[in-house]
Design a protein around this ligand. Structure first.
Ligand SMILES: Nc1ncnc2c1ncn2[C@@H]1O[C@H](COP(=O)(O)OP(=O)(O)OP(=O)(O)O)[C@@H](O)[C@H]1O
Length: 588
């Protein structure tokens, strides 16, 4: 709502301007009876507050204009107690209105007979003039109201911008800094007043800033490392245009702190795949010893080399080591050196600056080493790293620093390295395919994961584990493996180790239509390996044999009453005996 008291100074000036034009006295009041303009000649003493008995007070109350032509006889003055002190001879007073509301009143007063005459003779013109003045006062009030609102919005914006975690620099279209928030002031160790006299080129002089200002080319998530006043600010910067009526009036630069980005990476990698040694299934002494060794060295920062055939659980071990170490709240980044074309390996590992090579993404890119800062990097298939990159890797391991491709600055590396391979690295060293010095650097702590064929005792427990896991995943309720299947799976030569075994169980659960995994749902590849040859030659106890035969019959004919009847027939026993044995062997 427009408040005239907020523009008292302007109103006073207007009252003086009116008085000098018409050479009469002027008084202006707001609707709370506060005098906001007065030329002070009409009264013997200074009027502080407008009373409702005054002419102007009445106009405010009624919202209607009044013309007093004679003080003595006029009905409006005869009751006034202050009549004696008042020099008024005649008066024109009109309300100041906005949207049908009276916001105040404005009056002109003649204090001599001559002026009285002039006032009355020019009544119509003077009323019109006063109405124009009232409009002027209203427009001043509206202006002030808009300015107040703008100031409030500005204050709110500043409070919001100062409370966010991102650094903000606002620049005009030629690059002059017009605003910086507290994050930036703190990160650059500088007072806001100092920055306001500078241009953005004093902070960032890269080509993307020039392009932004000269060609209005936006950018996003460019990595910057700013060193100022003994402080280092590492962030990703993006630009946003500020437009007015479709025209650019400047830009906002938003800086996201690198440490916050690492935190996000960390959160994502942590929430998804946190692994403990308990997640490594197996009770054989071989796996138990390996787990024990890994547990002991988990907290060390030394480089580790995990050796083992494909699918033995090398990555699982690396994860369990990381999540048992004191780096567990920092990122675990797994990287398969064989899964990326040789030409991209280096940039994937170390990242690159914008324009480092043809095809480089605008703004450059973070490498895996940088994403793993503070945590662990798992370099799988390390044997597939080409020789030239082995040299760079060795230097990084020795110096604990690295540069991005095309980058000038060297970045300190705080990452634990766990490498893994299923290749015979020593043989590769002998053949000159793998650098000997790198091999020794990597294998400070070697860990060998035994293949499944060396720990046959773990197969059964792994089968049960994967059955439960994939039952849950696929929303199935398969109760177990038929004896024939179990024998085939226990005797299989698992070339692909645990991964292959897991895949077979997952496949079988998908295919199986009864409540036990039967030979029908075992992949052909496994069946063919065993084929006709399979016949359990082992002597087993009669009771076990009986249990298995009943189990198989029930699987074949089903658990319904008819199924049980058929099973009893096929087994050559009566129904009562079958029920007794089902209960005895807990087959339901
Ligand atoms: N002991 C284990 N207990 C439970 N799951 C296991 C075990 N070993 C391996 N796995 C599972 O087998 C699969 C393969 O494991 P992982 O990827 O760790 O093997 P890897 O040796 O790193 O394989 P590659 O050499 O192909 O990289 C994963 O799904 C993993 O969870």
């Amino acid at each position: 709502m427009v408040k005239l008291s907020a523009i008292q100074q302007e109103v006073q000036k207007i009252s003086e301007a009116i008085a000098s034009v018409i050479n009469m006295d002027v008084i202006i009041s707001d609707n709370a009876f506060n005098k906001i303009g007065d030329t002070k000649r009409h009264f013997d003493e200074d009027v502080k507050y407008i009373k409702d008995t005054y002419v102007i007070g009445k106009v405010i109350q009624t919202g209607k204009a009044l013309v007093i032509s004679e003080k003595e006889e006029g009905e409006n003055c005869s009751v006034c107690k202050e009549k004696e002190k008042c020099n008024l001879q005649a008066m024109i007073c009109i309300p100041i209105k906005y949207e049908k509301k009276t916001l105040g009143a404005i009056g002109i007063i003649a204090i001599t007979e001559t002026y009285r005459k002039t006032l009355l003779e020019n009544q119509a013109n003077l009323i019109e003039f006063l109405e124009r003045m009232a409009d002027l006062i209203i427009s001043k009030g509206l202006e002030q109201e808009a300015t107040n609102k703008l100031q409030i919005v500005k204050n709110q914006m500043v409070s919001i911008i100062s409370s966010i975690d991102e650094g903000i620099i606002a620049i005009d279209e030629s690059g002059h800094i017009i605003y910086t928030n507290t994050v930036i002031n703190h990160a650059l160790n500088i007072m806001p007043e100092e920055l306001k006299e500078k241009t953005i080129y004093d902070i960032l002089s890269q080509s993307y800033i020039e392009k932004l200002i000269n060609e209005k080319v936006q950018f996003s998530d460019i990595e910057v490392l700013i060193n100022r006043n003994r402080r280092e600010f590492h962030a990703l910067v993006s630009s946003k245009p500020v437009e007015l009526g479709g025209k650019s009036t400047g830009f906002i630069l938003i800086f996201r702190k690198m440490e916050d980005i690492y935190k996000v990476v960390n959160k994502i990698s942590l929430s998804n795949l946190s692994t403990t040694f308990e997640d490594i299934i197996g009770t054989s002494s071989e796996i138990e010893q390996t787990k024990e060794k890994a547990r002991r060295v988990a907290n060390s920062d030394s480089t580790m080399l995990i050796l083992g055939e494909s699918g033995t659980g090398k990555e699982l071990f690396a994860r369990a080591i990381h999540y048992s170490s004191n780096r567990k709240n920092k990122p675990f980044i797994a990287f398969n050196c064989a899964a990326i074309p040789e030409s991209l390996l280096e940039s994937e590992l170390f990242g690159y600056e914008e324009g480092a090579f043809t095809g480089a993404v605008k703004g450059g890119r973070l490498g895996k080493f940088q994403l793993a800062q503070g945590g662990t990097i798992f370099l799988d298939e390390i044997g597939d790293v080409p020789i030239h990159l082995q040299t760079k890797l060795l230097r990084v391991l020795q110096e604990k620093r690295f540069e991005k491709i095309g980058g000038q600055k060297s970045i300190a590396l705080d990452v634990r390295i766990i490498a893994a391979t299923n290749k015979h690295l020593e043989g590769m060293v002998e053949n000159g395919e793998f650098r000997e010095d790198l091999y020794y650097r990597l294998s400070v702590i070697p860990i060998h994961i035994p293949p499944l064929r060396e720990r046959l005792g773990d197969i059964k427990i792994l089968l049960e584990f994967f059955l439960k896991q994939h039952n849950q995943k696929l929303n199935k309720n398969i109760k177990g493996f038929s004896p024939e299947v179990e024998a085939v799976l226990l005797n299989n030569k698992w070339k692909g180790n645990v991964r292959e075994l897991e895949n077979v169980v997952e496949y079988a659960i998908n295919m199986e239509t009864t409540s036990y995994i039967t030979m029908n749902s075992i992949p052909l590849k496994i069946k063919n390996l065993q084929g006709e040859k399979f016949s359990p030659k082992k002597i087993i106890p009669i009771e076990k044999m009986e249990k298995e035969l009943i189990k198989e019959a029930l699987m074949l004919y089903g658990n319904s009453v008819t199924g049980k009847n058929m099973s009893a027939d096929a087994l050559g026993i009566g129904m009562a005996t079958l029920y007794r044995k089902i209960k005895k062997y807990k087959l339901e």
